[in-house]
Design a protein around this ligand. Structure first.
Ligand SMILES: C=CC1=C(C)c2cc3[nH]c(cc4nc(cc5[nH]c(cc1n2)c(C)c5CCC(=O)O)C(CCC(=O)O)=C4C)c(C)c3C=C
Ligand SMILES: [Fe+2]
Length: 477
């Protein structure tokens, strides 16, 4: 992992842990279980799943088929300590108090905070095997390739970040959401520590996970801040956790419940519909405006070859939001397109930029853009949609342009996320892990050395070859 100033920001990461004192100041409820037995309630909540590792240690979440069911509403369990009643031989019943410390880990992408952070941030992103999926045989190229792509991509990305104030707002917004979630949970009588773990920048997921261990959390709910599941987003962050669970006995025994996706929750759907309804009313002829859902894309192979449920979930999400709007008598036309493609491969279609031009040519005059794959403002809303796509739309003949803001800390939305956490808690169970054996570590060392060797040769060749570089630049930018 590449870090801007190594070590110096770790303290900032620790600042993202909210409510460390809560465990001592909360109420109790009683639950009864027989000594030694743990109740595993797997798949109880539709999309809430205790994480399981396959026997080969790889994730079985990536190929999870989309879960399109509505979540069941289970009653809230508000506790930070529970009385465990055990049957003590023939003597009778004895009780002991086990302190429960609940943690909620919010997973997000992270973004560069300054322009100097852009290249190392991009390196971390492209070094992720869930972002650039190389065949196993070529995995040794991952880091040299990440170095190369991040170096070439950085100037363009920097321009984007410069135009939105010199850095990503993601950290600040995610911290605000974490605070708001903590308060919403407290209102529901659940006291929890909230941790923020970013995949590619500070505070890194690994830092948050360290802190969870230091705080001796006894039950953890993992909540990716992406409404829909993709291998490249929630999947990638969950993999970081899985890898730690494999190595660490504390995490191997920690009851964890992972909320894989939550776009189908009523609270989210209604909050999105509220925002759309409000923004539509700003048009002089609201009923004429087309609702234009723009989702972040993924390469087509993710969906077609790797079984990523992202596209199915996205389409289902749009159907649910439109259903809610129709039930309110809002009958506007709508469409879905995918934005932000990177590199030479085919991404999910249709592409946002192409659809905007077509709509303009077809005579659409009013358009409301709705970013739908993310719940915070970020470079792709503030720069790509608000600047690039708006300009393209206006050039293409669209006259009236509007954009729905990201949900951010909207109270109905945060309150629903809090409900999702409460509902996920009973499903928490220890993860199934496999300890690496000695042969694995020998192989790992050989693998690592050969990777380093071949990777260095390749980086050397590529960096010395101007023709290759200019061909590469033409495809990546
Ligand atoms: C659901 C959301 C996202 C998916 C899916 C996703 C996939 C994905 N992204 C890239 C490449 C880049 N993403 C970048 C920024 C970025 N991506 C998301 C969300 C999803 N990405 C967000 C919220 C952000 C912005 C963070 C911020 O700082 O505000 C970038 C960097 C910006 C740029 O240069 O455009 C890149 C690059 C790939 C390759 C991918 C799927 C494989
Ligand atoms: Fe992205």
């Amino acid at each position: 992992m590449e870090r801007g100033v190594l070590g110096s920001r770790c303290a900032a990461g620790a600042g993202h842990i909210l409510g460390k004192k809560s465990a001592t100041s909360c109420g109790k409820t009683t639950s009864t279980s027989f000594a030694g037995s743990t109740k595993h309630e797997q798949n109880l909540h539709g999309n809430v799943k205790p994480l399981q590792l396959a026997a080969n240690g790889s994730s079985c979440l990536a190929n999870t088929s989309p879960v399109l069911k509505k979540q069941r509403n289970l009653s809230a369990r508000s506790s930070s300590a529970e009385v465990v009643t055990t049957f003590d031989d023939a003597k009778g019943v004895s009780s002991s108090v086990v302190e429960e410390k609940i943690g909620v880990l919010l997973l997000n992408l992270g973004g560069p905070e300054t322009l100097d952070d852009v290249q190392p941030f991009l390196f971390n992103l492209f070094a992720d095997p869930d972002i650039i999926r190389l065949p196993r045989l070529f995995r040794f190229l991952q880091r040299p390739l990440a170095k190369l792509i991040s170096t070439f991509r950085a100037p363009k990305s920097k321009e984007g970040y410069a135009s939105i104030g010199g850095g990503s707002p993601l950290r600040k917004i995610t911290d605000e959401q974490a605070n708001a979630l903590k308060i919403a949970l407290e209102k529901k009588n659940l006291h929890a520590n909230i941790y923020v773990g970013m995949r590619y920048w500070y505070p890194f997921t690994e830092e948050a996970i360290d802190q969870i261990k230091n705080d001796k959390i006894t039950k953890l709910v993992v909540l990716p801040l992406y409404p829909q599941y993709s291998i490249s987003t929630s999947g990638s962050s969950i993999r970081v956790l899985q890898n730690i669970v494999k190595e660490d006995s504390y995490f191997a025994g920690l009851p964890i419940s992972i909320i894989e996706s939550w776009y189908q929750r009523d609270g989210y759907v209604k909050s999105m519909a509220d925002l759309i309804e409000k923004e539509l009313s700003a048009f002089s002829n609201p009923e004429e405006a087309m609702i234009f859902f723009s989702a972040h894309g993924v390469p087509l192979t993710y969906v077609e070859d790797a079984g990523d449920p992202y596209r199915d979930q996205m389409e289902d999400c749009i159907t649910l939001i439109m259903g809610e709007l129709r039930s309110r008598g809002i009958l506007n036309s709508h469409t879905l397109a995918y934005q932000s493609r990177v590199g030479p491969v085919q991404w999910l279609k249709p592409y946002t930029d192409e659809v905007l031009v077509e709509l303009g040519q077809k005579g659409v005059k009013s358009l409301l853009a709705v970013p739908v794959s993310f719940v915070s403002e970020h470079i792709e809303t503030l720069e790509e949609i608000d600047m690039e796509y708006k300009e393209l739309a206006l050039e293409s003949g669209i006259e009236n342009w509007g954009r729905v803001p990201a949900l951010g800390c909207t109270s109905t939305f945060i309150s629903d996320l809090a409900d999702a956490v409460v509902e996920a808690l009973p499903a928490a169970s220890a993860l199934v892990t496999r300890k690496p054996d000695d042969t694995d570590s020998d192989l790992d060392l050989m693998h690592y050395l050969s990777k380093m060797f071949l990777g260095s040769i390749l980086a050397f060749i590529l960096l010395l070859s101007p023709r290759l570089i200019s061909a590469f630049r033409n495809t990546m930018l």
